[in-house]
Design a protein around this ligand. Structure first.
Ligand code: NAD
Ligand code: GLY
Length: 349
Protein backbone atom coordinates (compact mmCIF):
# COMPACT_ATOMS: atom_id res chain seq x y z
CA UNK A 1 0.00 0.00 0.00
CA UNK A 2 1.16 3.53 -0.79
CA UNK A 3 0.93 5.88 2.22
CA UNK A 4 1.43 9.63 1.86
CA UNK A 5 1.37 11.59 5.12
CA UNK A 6 -0.10 15.09 4.89
CA UNK A 7 1.02 17.35 7.72
CA UNK A 8 -1.31 20.32 7.60
CA UNK A 9 -3.42 21.81 10.45
CA UNK A 10 -4.52 18.20 10.78
CA UNK A 11 -2.17 15.31 9.99
CA UNK A 12 -3.59 12.42 8.00
CA UNK A 13 -2.59 9.85 5.42
CA UNK A 14 -3.55 9.35 1.82
CA UNK A 15 -3.75 5.58 1.23
CA UNK A 16 -3.60 4.18 -2.28
CA UNK A 17 -4.15 0.50 -3.04
CA UNK A 18 -6.08 -1.57 -5.53
CA UNK A 19 -9.05 -3.19 -3.82
CA UNK A 20 -8.97 -0.67 -0.96
CA UNK A 21 -12.74 -0.02 -1.08
CA UNK A 22 -13.44 -3.42 0.41
CA UNK A 23 -10.95 -2.64 3.21
CA UNK A 24 -12.30 0.87 3.85
CA UNK A 25 -13.75 -0.11 7.25
CA UNK A 26 -10.55 -1.59 8.68
CA UNK A 27 -8.46 1.34 7.45
CA UNK A 28 -10.88 3.91 8.85
CA UNK A 29 -10.86 2.01 12.16
CA UNK A 30 -7.13 2.77 12.38
CA UNK A 31 -7.98 6.47 12.79
CA UNK A 32 -11.50 6.41 14.22
CA UNK A 33 -13.26 4.10 16.67
CA UNK A 34 -16.48 2.47 15.45
CA UNK A 35 -19.31 5.02 15.55
CA UNK A 36 -22.23 6.20 13.45
CA UNK A 37 -21.02 6.82 9.88
CA UNK A 38 -23.02 8.78 7.29
CA UNK A 39 -21.93 7.92 3.75
CA UNK A 40 -22.56 10.84 1.38
CA UNK A 41 -22.52 9.82 -2.27
CA UNK A 42 -24.18 10.51 -5.62
CA UNK A 43 -26.63 8.22 -7.43
CA UNK A 44 -24.09 6.94 -10.01
CA UNK A 45 -21.40 6.12 -7.48
CA UNK A 46 -23.98 4.60 -5.14
CA UNK A 47 -24.94 2.07 -7.83
CA UNK A 48 -21.31 1.12 -8.33
CA UNK A 49 -19.52 1.23 -4.96
CA UNK A 50 -21.85 1.96 -2.06
CA UNK A 51 -22.54 -1.68 -1.14
CA UNK A 52 -18.80 -2.49 -0.89
CA UNK A 53 -18.00 0.49 1.33
CA UNK A 54 -21.11 0.03 3.46
CA UNK A 55 -20.40 -3.67 4.09
CA UNK A 56 -16.79 -2.95 4.91
CA UNK A 57 -17.76 -0.27 7.46
CA UNK A 58 -20.48 -2.43 9.03
CA UNK A 59 -18.06 -5.34 9.33
CA UNK A 60 -15.90 -3.11 11.51
CA UNK A 61 -18.80 -2.12 13.75
CA UNK A 62 -19.77 1.24 12.20
CA UNK A 63 -23.49 1.96 12.17
CA UNK A 64 -24.12 3.25 8.65
CA UNK A 65 -26.70 5.64 7.20
CA UNK A 66 -26.59 6.82 3.58
CA UNK A 67 -27.43 10.10 1.84
CA UNK A 68 -27.61 9.95 -1.98
CA UNK A 69 -27.93 13.01 -4.23
CA UNK A 70 -28.21 13.37 -8.05
CA UNK A 71 -24.74 13.26 -9.62
CA UNK A 72 -23.13 16.32 -11.16
CA UNK A 73 -22.04 19.88 -10.50
CA UNK A 74 -25.65 21.06 -10.42
CA UNK A 75 -26.02 19.36 -7.04
CA UNK A 76 -23.20 21.36 -5.45
CA UNK A 77 -25.68 23.84 -4.03
CA UNK A 78 -26.86 25.30 -0.76
CA UNK A 79 -30.05 23.22 -1.12
CA UNK A 80 -28.15 19.90 -1.23
CA UNK A 81 -25.83 21.06 1.54
CA UNK A 82 -28.71 21.95 3.86
CA UNK A 83 -30.48 18.72 3.01
CA UNK A 84 -27.36 16.80 4.06
CA UNK A 85 -27.20 18.77 7.31
CA UNK A 86 -30.87 17.97 8.02
CA UNK A 87 -30.18 14.33 7.20
CA UNK A 88 -27.27 14.20 9.66
CA UNK A 89 -29.42 15.79 12.33
CA UNK A 90 -32.40 13.49 11.72
CA UNK A 91 -30.08 10.52 11.95
CA UNK A 92 -28.85 11.89 15.25
CA UNK A 93 -25.15 12.08 14.39
CA UNK A 94 -23.10 13.41 17.30
CA UNK A 95 -19.79 15.26 17.53
CA UNK A 96 -17.85 11.98 17.74
CA UNK A 97 -19.48 10.48 14.65
CA UNK A 98 -18.19 10.34 11.11
CA UNK A 99 -19.04 11.43 7.60
CA UNK A 100 -17.70 9.49 4.61
CA UNK A 101 -17.47 11.25 1.22
CA UNK A 102 -17.67 8.55 -1.45
CA UNK A 103 -17.38 9.90 -4.99
CA UNK A 104 -15.85 12.61 -7.12
CA UNK A 105 -14.95 16.20 -6.35
CA UNK A 106 -18.55 17.34 -6.07
CA UNK A 107 -19.22 14.80 -3.31
CA UNK A 108 -15.93 15.51 -1.54
CA UNK A 109 -16.42 19.29 -1.61
CA UNK A 110 -20.00 19.30 -0.40
CA UNK A 111 -19.57 16.51 2.17
CA UNK A 112 -16.36 18.07 3.52
CA UNK A 113 -18.18 21.36 4.00
CA UNK A 114 -21.12 19.64 5.69
CA UNK A 115 -18.70 17.81 8.00
CA UNK A 116 -16.91 21.05 8.85
CA UNK A 117 -20.05 22.91 9.79
CA UNK A 118 -22.44 20.31 11.25
CA UNK A 119 -22.27 20.64 15.06
CA UNK A 120 -19.31 22.99 14.44
CA UNK A 121 -17.38 20.14 12.89
CA UNK A 122 -17.29 16.36 12.81
CA UNK A 123 -14.60 14.11 11.32
CA UNK A 124 -14.79 13.02 7.71
CA UNK A 125 -12.99 10.66 5.34
CA UNK A 126 -12.51 11.18 1.62
CA UNK A 127 -12.94 8.17 -0.68
CA UNK A 128 -12.33 9.66 -4.15
CA UNK A 129 -13.63 7.68 -7.12
CA UNK A 130 -12.65 9.99 -10.00
CA UNK A 131 -9.10 10.65 -11.18
CA UNK A 132 -9.65 14.37 -10.59
CA UNK A 133 -10.72 13.79 -7.00
CA UNK A 134 -7.84 11.36 -6.38
CA UNK A 135 -5.10 13.72 -7.60
CA UNK A 136 -6.58 16.99 -6.44
CA UNK A 137 -9.86 17.65 -4.66
CA UNK A 138 -9.71 14.93 -1.98
CA UNK A 139 -6.40 16.26 -0.63
CA UNK A 140 -5.71 19.63 0.95
CA UNK A 141 -8.98 20.42 2.67
CA UNK A 142 -10.68 22.87 0.31
CA UNK A 143 -14.39 22.24 0.69
CA UNK A 144 -17.49 24.16 -0.30
CA UNK A 145 -20.46 24.73 -2.54
CA UNK A 146 -21.40 27.00 -5.45
CA UNK A 147 -23.58 30.10 -5.21
CA UNK A 148 -25.62 31.48 -8.09
CA UNK A 149 -22.91 34.12 -8.57
CA UNK A 150 -20.06 31.65 -8.90
CA UNK A 151 -18.28 28.41 -8.03
CA UNK A 152 -17.00 27.49 -4.58
CA UNK A 153 -17.99 30.83 -3.07
CA UNK A 154 -19.21 29.34 0.21
CA UNK A 155 -16.79 27.02 1.91
CA UNK A 156 -13.99 26.39 4.32
CA UNK A 157 -10.62 24.75 4.72
CA UNK A 158 -11.35 21.47 6.44
CA UNK A 159 -8.88 18.61 6.30
CA UNK A 160 -10.20 15.03 6.32
CA UNK A 161 -8.94 12.44 8.83
CA UNK A 162 -7.97 10.09 5.98
CA UNK A 163 -8.10 9.74 2.20
CA UNK A 164 -8.59 6.26 0.72
CA UNK A 165 -8.11 5.80 -3.00
CA UNK A 166 -8.78 2.53 -4.79
CA UNK A 167 -7.44 2.77 -8.38
CA UNK A 168 -9.82 -0.01 -9.45
CA UNK A 169 -12.71 2.48 -9.21
CA UNK A 170 -11.32 4.27 -12.28
CA UNK A 171 -12.30 1.27 -14.44
CA UNK A 172 -15.91 2.49 -14.56
CA UNK A 173 -15.10 6.17 -15.16
CA UNK A 174 -16.60 7.58 -18.39
CA UNK A 175 -13.99 8.71 -20.93
CA UNK A 176 -14.80 12.41 -20.49
CA UNK A 177 -14.27 12.19 -16.72
CA UNK A 178 -10.99 10.31 -17.20
CA UNK A 179 -9.87 13.07 -19.54
CA UNK A 180 -10.91 15.73 -17.03
CA UNK A 181 -8.64 14.07 -14.44
CA UNK A 182 -5.80 13.85 -16.92
CA UNK A 183 -6.08 17.64 -17.43
CA UNK A 184 -5.14 18.10 -13.75
CA UNK A 185 -2.37 15.48 -14.12
CA UNK A 186 -0.84 17.45 -17.03
CA UNK A 187 -0.97 20.51 -14.75
CA UNK A 188 1.07 18.66 -12.09
CA UNK A 189 3.48 17.39 -14.78
CA UNK A 190 4.12 20.99 -15.92
CA UNK A 191 4.57 22.11 -12.30
CA UNK A 192 6.88 19.22 -11.40
CA UNK A 193 8.64 17.81 -14.49
CA UNK A 194 10.75 14.69 -13.64
CA UNK A 195 9.06 11.32 -13.20
CA UNK A 196 5.61 12.89 -13.31
CA UNK A 197 6.30 14.33 -16.76
CA UNK A 198 7.81 11.00 -17.86
CA UNK A 199 4.77 8.99 -16.74
CA UNK A 200 2.43 11.43 -18.46
CA UNK A 201 4.55 11.28 -21.62
CA UNK A 202 3.85 7.55 -21.78
CA UNK A 203 0.17 6.70 -21.47
CA UNK A 204 -0.56 5.82 -17.84
CA UNK A 205 -2.05 2.33 -17.63
CA UNK A 206 -3.44 0.21 -14.79
CA UNK A 207 0.09 -0.52 -13.61
CA UNK A 208 1.29 3.10 -13.47
CA UNK A 209 -1.89 4.88 -12.37
CA UNK A 210 -1.24 4.37 -8.65
CA UNK A 211 2.26 5.82 -9.06
CA UNK A 212 0.85 8.72 -11.09
CA UNK A 213 -1.64 9.53 -8.34
CA UNK A 214 1.11 9.16 -5.72
CA UNK A 215 3.31 11.68 -7.54
CA UNK A 216 0.46 14.19 -8.05
CA UNK A 217 -0.59 13.90 -4.41
CA UNK A 218 3.03 14.26 -3.28
CA UNK A 219 3.28 17.50 -5.27
CA UNK A 220 0.07 18.78 -3.71
CA UNK A 221 1.27 17.66 -0.26
CA UNK A 222 4.39 19.83 -0.49
CA UNK A 223 2.39 22.86 -1.56
CA UNK A 224 -0.39 22.40 1.01
CA UNK A 225 2.11 21.87 3.83
CA UNK A 226 3.85 25.12 2.86
CA UNK A 227 0.74 27.24 2.32
CA UNK A 228 -2.38 25.45 3.56
CA UNK A 229 -4.70 28.47 3.46
CA UNK A 230 -3.32 29.96 0.25
CA UNK A 231 -1.95 33.01 1.99
CA UNK A 232 1.73 32.81 1.05
CA UNK A 233 1.45 32.21 -2.67
CA UNK A 234 2.69 28.62 -2.99
CA UNK A 235 -0.81 27.13 -3.14
CA UNK A 236 -1.76 29.59 -5.86
CA UNK A 237 0.62 27.63 -8.12
CA UNK A 238 -2.01 24.86 -8.11
CA UNK A 239 -4.14 27.29 -10.11
CA UNK A 240 -1.90 26.80 -13.14
CA UNK A 241 -4.23 26.78 -16.14
CA UNK A 242 -7.18 27.68 -13.90
CA UNK A 243 -7.53 31.45 -14.45
CA UNK A 244 -8.64 31.02 -18.06
CA UNK A 245 -9.87 27.47 -17.40
CA UNK A 246 -12.40 28.81 -14.87
CA UNK A 247 -13.33 31.57 -17.31
CA UNK A 248 -14.05 29.00 -20.05
CA UNK A 249 -16.02 26.83 -17.62
CA UNK A 250 -18.09 29.83 -16.61
CA UNK A 251 -18.63 31.17 -20.15
CA UNK A 252 -19.75 27.71 -21.27
CA UNK A 253 -22.39 27.65 -18.54
CA UNK A 254 -20.39 24.82 -16.93
CA UNK A 255 -20.94 22.51 -19.89
CA UNK A 256 -17.13 22.23 -20.35
CA UNK A 257 -15.95 20.00 -17.45
CA UNK A 258 -13.42 21.47 -15.01
CA UNK A 259 -10.37 19.38 -15.99
CA UNK A 260 -11.01 19.87 -19.70
CA UNK A 261 -11.28 23.64 -19.19
CA UNK A 262 -8.00 23.47 -17.26
CA UNK A 263 -6.33 21.79 -20.28
CA UNK A 264 -7.53 24.66 -22.50
CA UNK A 265 -6.34 27.15 -19.87
CA UNK A 266 -2.91 25.46 -19.80
CA UNK A 267 -2.60 25.77 -23.57
CA UNK A 268 -3.60 29.47 -23.44
CA UNK A 269 -1.03 30.27 -20.78
CA UNK A 270 1.72 28.22 -22.47
CA UNK A 271 1.10 30.09 -25.75
CA UNK A 272 1.03 33.47 -24.01
CA UNK A 273 4.25 32.76 -22.08
CA UNK A 274 6.00 31.61 -25.27
CA UNK A 275 4.80 34.68 -27.17
CA UNK A 276 6.23 36.89 -24.43
CA UNK A 277 9.60 35.13 -24.33
CA UNK A 278 8.90 33.84 -20.81
CA UNK A 279 8.80 30.22 -22.01
CA UNK A 280 11.02 28.64 -24.62
CA UNK A 281 8.92 27.79 -27.70
CA UNK A 282 10.29 24.22 -27.72
CA UNK A 283 8.94 23.73 -24.16
CA UNK A 284 5.61 25.27 -25.20
CA UNK A 285 5.50 22.77 -28.06
CA UNK A 286 6.14 19.87 -25.66
CA UNK A 287 3.28 21.00 -23.40
CA UNK A 288 0.86 21.39 -26.32
CA UNK A 289 1.98 18.02 -27.74
CA UNK A 290 1.33 16.35 -24.38
CA UNK A 291 -2.18 17.83 -24.19
CA UNK A 292 -2.89 16.80 -27.78
CA UNK A 293 -1.59 13.30 -27.14
CA UNK A 294 -4.47 12.81 -24.71
CA UNK A 295 -6.91 14.12 -27.30
CA UNK A 296 -7.76 17.41 -25.57
CA UNK A 297 -9.63 19.76 -27.86
CA UNK A 298 -7.68 22.96 -27.27
CA UNK A 299 -9.94 25.18 -29.35
CA UNK A 300 -11.52 28.11 -27.53
CA UNK A 301 -14.56 29.94 -28.83
CA UNK A 302 -14.31 33.00 -26.63
CA UNK A 303 -12.34 36.18 -27.22
CA UNK A 304 -9.48 37.23 -24.95
CA UNK A 305 -11.69 40.06 -23.66
CA UNK A 306 -14.57 37.71 -22.84
CA UNK A 307 -12.25 35.34 -20.98
CA UNK A 308 -10.47 38.15 -19.13
CA UNK A 309 -13.81 39.56 -17.99
CA UNK A 310 -15.01 36.17 -16.79
CA UNK A 311 -11.64 35.49 -15.10
CA UNK A 312 -11.81 38.72 -13.13
CA UNK A 313 -15.00 37.48 -11.52
CA UNK A 314 -13.00 34.50 -10.28
CA UNK A 315 -12.95 34.62 -6.49
CA UNK A 316 -9.15 34.40 -6.51
CA UNK A 317 -8.79 37.74 -8.23
CA UNK A 318 -8.59 40.94 -6.21
CA UNK A 319 -9.91 44.24 -7.53
CA UNK A 320 -6.85 45.49 -9.38
CA UNK A 321 -4.56 42.54 -10.14
CA UNK A 322 -4.79 38.87 -10.98
CA UNK A 323 -2.15 36.43 -9.69
CA UNK A 324 -1.51 34.60 -12.92
CA UNK A 325 0.49 31.35 -12.80
CA UNK A 326 3.01 31.59 -15.60
CA UNK A 327 5.24 28.88 -17.05
CA UNK A 328 8.93 29.80 -17.10
CA UNK A 329 9.83 26.26 -18.10
CA UNK A 330 8.55 22.72 -17.55
CA UNK A 331 8.99 22.24 -13.80
CA UNK A 332 9.41 26.00 -13.29
CA UNK A 333 6.21 27.97 -12.75
CA UNK A 334 5.75 31.23 -10.88
CA UNK A 335 3.19 33.91 -10.07
CA UNK A 336 2.90 37.14 -12.02
CA UNK A 337 0.66 39.99 -10.91
CA UNK A 338 -1.18 41.17 -13.99
CA UNK A 339 -3.38 44.27 -13.77
CA UNK A 340 -6.99 43.36 -14.46
CA UNK A 341 -7.12 45.74 -17.43
CA UNK A 342 -4.05 44.08 -18.99
CA UNK A 343 -5.26 40.48 -18.68
CA UNK A 344 -6.81 40.22 -22.15
CA UNK A 345 -3.70 41.73 -23.72
CA UNK A 346 -1.50 39.18 -21.92
CA UNK A 347 -3.07 36.25 -23.76
CA UNK A 348 -3.35 37.91 -27.17
CA UNK A 349 -0.54 36.30 -29.12
P1 NAD B 1 -18.01 14.76 -9.98
O1 NAD B 1 -17.90 14.50 -8.55
O2 NAD B 1 -19.25 15.40 -10.46
O3 NAD B 1 -17.81 13.38 -10.75
C1 NAD B 1 -17.93 13.38 -12.15
C2 NAD B 1 -18.95 12.32 -12.63
O4 NAD B 1 -18.36 11.05 -12.51
C3 NAD B 1 -20.24 12.28 -11.84
O5 NAD B 1 -21.29 12.06 -12.75
C4 NAD B 1 -20.06 11.06 -10.95
O6 NAD B 1 -21.28 10.46 -10.61
C5 NAD B 1 -19.24 10.16 -11.82
N1 NAD B 1 -18.39 9.21 -11.14
C6 NAD B 1 -17.63 9.41 -10.03
N2 NAD B 1 -16.86 8.34 -9.81
C7 NAD B 1 -17.16 7.43 -10.75
C8 NAD B 1 -16.67 6.14 -11.06
N3 NAD B 1 -15.68 5.57 -10.38
N4 NAD B 1 -17.21 5.48 -12.13
C9 NAD B 1 -18.18 6.07 -12.89
N5 NAD B 1 -18.66 7.30 -12.66
C10 NAD B 1 -18.14 7.97 -11.61
O7 NAD B 1 -16.81 15.66 -10.53
P2 NAD B 1 -15.22 15.59 -10.41
O8 NAD B 1 -14.72 15.83 -11.77
O9 NAD B 1 -14.74 14.41 -9.66
O10 NAD B 1 -14.90 16.88 -9.52
C11 NAD B 1 -15.22 18.16 -9.96
C12 NAD B 1 -15.51 19.02 -8.75
O11 NAD B 1 -14.35 19.06 -7.94
C13 NAD B 1 -15.86 20.46 -9.08
O12 NAD B 1 -16.96 20.85 -8.32
C14 NAD B 1 -14.62 21.23 -8.68
O13 NAD B 1 -14.91 22.55 -8.26
C15 NAD B 1 -14.12 20.40 -7.52
N6 NAD B 1 -12.68 20.54 -7.25
C16 NAD B 1 -12.33 20.76 -5.97
C17 NAD B 1 -11.01 20.87 -5.64
C18 NAD B 1 -10.59 21.03 -4.20
O14 NAD B 1 -9.42 21.25 -3.94
N7 NAD B 1 -11.51 20.91 -3.27
C19 NAD B 1 -10.02 20.74 -6.64
C20 NAD B 1 -10.42 20.53 -7.95
C21 NAD B 1 -11.78 20.41 -8.24
N1 GLY C 1 -7.20 22.62 -6.40
C1 GLY C 1 -6.52 23.75 -5.91
C2 GLY C 1 -6.20 23.66 -4.46
O1 GLY C 1 -6.47 22.67 -3.81
O2 GLY C 1 -5.67 24.58 -3.94
Amino acid sequence: MIRIPINASRSYQVLIERGLLSKAGENIRQVKPACKAAIITDDKVANLYLATVRQSLEKEGFSVCVYIFPNGERSKTAATYLDIIEFLSKNNLKRGDLLVALGGGVTGDIAGFAAGTYLRGIDYVQIPTTLLAAVDSSVGGKTGINLSSGKNLLGMFNQPIAVLFDPDTLATLPEEERLAGLGECVKYAVLEDGELWDIMSLTPDKASIARLVELCVSCKKRIVEEDERETGGARKLLNLGHTFGHAIEKLSGYTVPHGIAVAKGLAIIADACAARGILDTSERDRIIALLKKYGFDLSVRYTAEEMAKAAVWDKKADKTDVDLVIINGIGRCSLLKVPVNKLAEFIKC
